[in-house]
Every structure is written in C-alpha cells, then in structure tokens.
Design a protein around this ligand. Structure first.
Ligand code: KIV
Ligand code: NA
Length: 265
C-alpha cells in the first residue's frame, strides 16, 4: 500500500471522498488500523485520559507524546501520523518549533495545535521550516478550565463567524489540515466548504472531509458516559479489526455520523 500523504488527503477532499482518522497510542492497534484502511492516525493527548488515567489532557508531557508517537511509528506501514502538541508545549513560536521537531523526529508526519489566531505566527514558523500543521478549533480540551467544561462551541452567529475568520487566518499562515471538535453540524459544513485544506471533524457533523474518534470510545470502552458524538463499533460479534473496518465503511458511505451523533446550533 502506498503511504498516505498530505497531497493524497487534499485530492480526496477535491474528489469528495471521505477519509478516516482514529486515535492510537501503540504499535499493535496501529497495525490493526492499517489492515482496516484507516488513512490517518492521531497520537492524541487524549492518551492522558484513556491511557494514563488523568482527568484532563493537561498533565501530558512532550516526552509522553514522543514515546507514544515512536510506538505508533514502529507499528505503522502507511497511515499518515498526526501527533498532538501537549499543553504549554507551544506557548511561543520558538518553543513550538523545538517541541514540534522532537515529535517529527519521533515519527510524526504532522503536529496538531489547539487554538486560533494567537497561533498564526507559530503556524507560519513551523510551516516555513517544513513541518505540516493541523489546527484544532471549536472545543479545545487543553482550555477546558477556561471554557468551563467540555461544551459545544460556535453555537451563536458571532462565535461561528469567529471560528471561520480564525480558520482562514491559520490557513493563510500555512495550516494544512483543520480539525473541529463539538460544533454544530451546519457550521461544520460551512467551514468545510469555505476552507481549501482538508477538514476533520469530531462532533462536527457529517459534512467534514474526514472524521476522527478516540479509539477507546469507538470500541465501547469508556470510563463514564460517552459523548453524544461517540458510536460503539465493537458490536454484532465483530473483532476489533472488524470494528475498525466497520468505522471506515460507515464514514466512507456517509452513515456515520448520523444525526443522533451531531449537534444543532
Ligand atoms: O487527543 C485527541 O484524541 C484529540 C481528538 C479528540 C481530536 O485531539
Ligand atoms: Na488532543
């Protein structure tokens, strides 16, 4: 199988072909995702919660992210690997460059940063140095204490307009992929149509170019009540690999996410 590249993802957007992403933190699950045809793998800082047992993503370190990225990289044959920059590892452009370099050397193909316009200079610097960037907007879990909880974002017109404006600024600065978490489905469509770069959504409706879920959530192993956007694919007597394949199939044929998994304005 040919490696999935950024240009491949851009072509898929142009052709209207949906692509998939799942979070992953180790080599064995990476191999199973490869077999199932998951195009992109996110080494998410959600590992703080699902692997480390923390109650938010804030305690995750750059060394933790490098460790899991290296494990995923060793298990990977052809998926495109995105790695999260953890809390406070990109609070200035130069700090971001140093830490992004560590993640790229550990095996990431792209780094993901949470935030809008304040990151434009950082995105520009990374981009100029040859590091692909995914910008994560909407619900940004590293800001949970500022946001006052894990809440849907962009629900009024002003908030929606701001997300669009900041997204366009980040694309202008060099962001190659945009990711939106927990926004109304209608806004997900507006953003996907307005932005030239591939758009990935989680709780952002069915119209984004790609979908992502946390692996543990889509295998039905949650600590606590799953979010509205989660679907358990480890059903009907499936193996884990078949659950990954079912997710790929449902994203590609448009049956996931259904309206029960999406938010209204
Ligand atoms: O860390 C993570 O799992 C993420 C996804 C929820 C997008 O950032
Ligand atoms: Na994350």
């Amino acid at each position: 199988t040919r490696p999935i590249t950024l240009s491949k993802l851009q072509r898929m957007k142009q052709d209207g072909e949906k692509f998939t992403c799942l979070t992953c933190y180790d080599a064995t699950f990476t191999h199973a995702m490869n077999q199932a045809g998951v195009e992109t793998i996110l080494v998410g800082d959600s590992l703080g919660m699902v692997v480390q047992g923390q109650d938010s993503t804030l305690p995750v370190s750059i060394d933790d992210m490098c460790y899991h990225t290296a494990a995923v990289k060793r298990g990977n044959s052809h998926a495109f690997i995105l790695t999260d920059m953890p809390f406070m590892s990109y609070s200035s452009p130069n700090q971001a460059l140093d830490n992004a370099a560590k993640l790229m050397q550990a095996g990431a193909n792209m780094v993901k940063l949470e935030g809008g316009s304040w990151l434009a200079d950082t995105v520009r610097l990374l981009s100029e140095r040859g590091i692909p960037v995914c910008s994560h907007l909407g619900l940004t879990p590293q800001a949970v204490h500022k946001l006052g909880g894990y809440k849907v974002q962009g629900q009024d017109q002003a908030a929606a307009d701001l997300i669009l404006k900041e997204s366009l600024e980040l694309v202008e600065a060099g962001a190659d992929i945009l990711l939106y978490e927990c926004i109304p489905a209608a806004l997900g469509k507006i953003l996907t149509d307005a932005i030239s770069a591939p758009v990935i959504g989680i709780g952002a409706g069915a119209d984004t170019d790609g979908q992502v879920l946390v692996m543990h959530d889509m295998l039905g192993i949650n600590i606590g009540r799953p979010a509205r956007f989660v679907k358990n694919f480890l059903t009907n007597g499936r193996t884990i690999e078949q659950a990954f394949s079912a997710y790929v199939e449902e994203v590609k044929n448009g049956s996931f996410p259904a309206s029960e998994h999406t938010f209204d304005a």
